[in-house]
Write a protein that binds this ligand. Structure first.
Ligand SMILES: NC(=O)c1ccc[n+]([C@@H]2O[C@H](COP(=O)([O-])OP(=O)(O)OC[C@H]3O[C@@H](n4cnc5c(N)ncnc54)[C@H](OP(=O)(O)O)[C@@H]3O)[C@@H](O)[C@H]2O)c1
Length: 282
C-alpha cells in the first residue's frame, strides 16, 4: 500500500512514517522528505496526483499552542482550512484520510471526554484543529485525537515535555508541574499502531487514543521520576495559573478511551515508561 505521511519531519509524524515505511512529507526542504506546503492547494493537488497514495495520514500542524494564539490566521490556514482541501483531494483520488487531532478541542471543564461529547475549544489552536476535524469528517476520514504525546522525539525538531522532564531531573534541575491540570498522555509509539488497526478495520469517524489512567501533570512527572529513579525533591507543585502563557489551557481534558479499547489494547503508563527507559539505556 502506498502511504503518505504529512508532517513526517515532526515528533509524531516521524513515528508514523517509520512504522508505515511511508513517503514522508515536510513543509521545509529537508533530506529524505518530499517538500510540500499544505496551505498551497495547487501544490497539494500536484503532489497527491503524482504520488497517488492509498492512505494519507496528516500529522502536519502548527502544534505550538502559544504560536497559534499569536498567529491565528496562519494557524487556521494550516490546522483548519488546508485539512479541508487535503481530505477532499484524498477522497477524490480514492485515498483514505487520517487526521491527527487533539484533546484541546475541549474546554476542559469536566474531563473524561468521549467521542460524542461536544467540543468547545478555548484557544486558537483548539479552534483551528476543530475546523480541521470538521473538514476531514466531511470526507469520510478517521480523526484520531491524541493528548500530550510522550516518548523520545527522534525528529529532534523541538523540545517535548517528557524529554525536558527527563533531562532536567537527570541534571538535578527543578521541574515545575501543575497540580490542577489533568491529563491522560498518549504513548507516541501507540499512534501508528492504532492508526493501522483503525484503517484495517475500515473505521470512520472520531477515536480517542490516550492513557487509560488520568492524573495531574505533577503526578505524571512523579511517576516518570519513580520509573527512572530520579530525585523527586526537584519536582515542584505549582498551579496552571503560575505559568505565564499567551494561550489559555484547558484544565481537565482527559480522554475517555473506551471506544478505541475495543479495537486496540492500551498498555499501562508505567509499562510504557519502562519500555522507553530500556531503549534509552539509562
Ligand atoms: N505535541 C503535542 O503535544 C500534541 C498534542 C495533541 C495533538 N497533537 C497533534 O499531533 C500532530 C503532530 O504534532 P507534533 O507535535 O508531532 O508536531 P511537530 O513536531 O510540531 O511537527 C509539525 C509538522 O508539521 C509540518 N508542517 C507545519 N506546517 C506545515 C505546512 N504549512 N505544510 C506542510 N507541513 C507543515 C512540519 O514540517 P517542518 O518540519 O518542515 O516544519 C512538521 O513536520 C498535530 O496534528 C498536533 O496537532 C500534538
Amino acid at each position: 500500500m502506498k502511504i503518505l505521511v504529512l508532517g513526517g519531519s515532526g515528533f509524531v509524524g516521524y513515528y508514523l512514517a517509520k512504522h508505515f515505511n511511508a513517503t514522508s512529507v515536510s513543509a521545509h526542504q529537508k533530506e529524505g522528505y518530499v517538500k510540500l506546503d499544505i496551505t498551497n492547494k495547487e501544490e497539494v493537488s500536484e503532489v497527491l496526483n503524482k504520488i497517488k497514495p492509498e492512505l494519507i495520514i496528516n500529522s502536519a500542524a502548527i502544534a505550538d499552542v502559544d504560536l497559534c494564539e499569536k498567529e491565528k490566521e496562519t494557524a487556521m490556514l494550516v490546522n483548519g482550512y488546508a485539512v479541508g482541501w487535503l481530505s477532499s483531494l484524498s477522497k477524490e483520488i480514492g485515498a483514505k484520510f487520517v487526521q491527527i487531532s487533539t484533546d484541546y478541542v475541549f474546554d476542559g471543564l469536566t474531563g473524561n471526554y468521549t467521542e460524542e461529547d461536544n467540543p468547545n475549544p478555548i484557544n486558537e489552536y483548539g479552534k483551528s484543529k476543530l475546523i480541521g476535524e470538521e473538514n476531514s469528517l466531511k470526507n469520510d476520514a478517521i480523526v484520531l485525537r491524541i493528548e500530550m504525546p510522550y516518548g523520545i522525539n527522534i525528529a529532534k525538531n523541538k523540545n517535548v515535555f517528557f524529554e525536558s522532564v527527563i533531562n532536567n531531573l537527570k541534571e538535578g534541575k527543578t521541574v515545575n508541574a501543575a497540580v490542577d491540570q489533568i491529563i491522560s498522555p498518549t504513548f507516541v509509539e501507540d499512534i501508528p499502531k492504532a492508526v493501522e488497526v483503525l484503517v484495517e478495520k475500515g473505521a470512520n469517524g472520531i477515536f480517542h487514543l490516550a492513557s487509560k489512567e488520568h492524573f495531574s501533570r505533577f503526578e505524571f512527572v512523579n511517576i516518570i521520576a519513580d520509573v527512572f529513579n530520579f530525585d523527586k525533591t526537584f519536582i515542584k507543585p505549582v498551579k496552571l495559573a503560575d505559568f505565564k502563557m499567551l494561550a489559555k489551557r484547558p484544565k481537565n481534558t482527559f480522554l475517555n478511551t473506551e471506544k478505541i479499547s475495543k479495537l486496540y489494547e492500551i498498555k499501562a503508563l508505567r509499562a510504557n515508561l519502562e519500555k522507553i527507559k530500556t531503549g534509552m539505556l539509562i
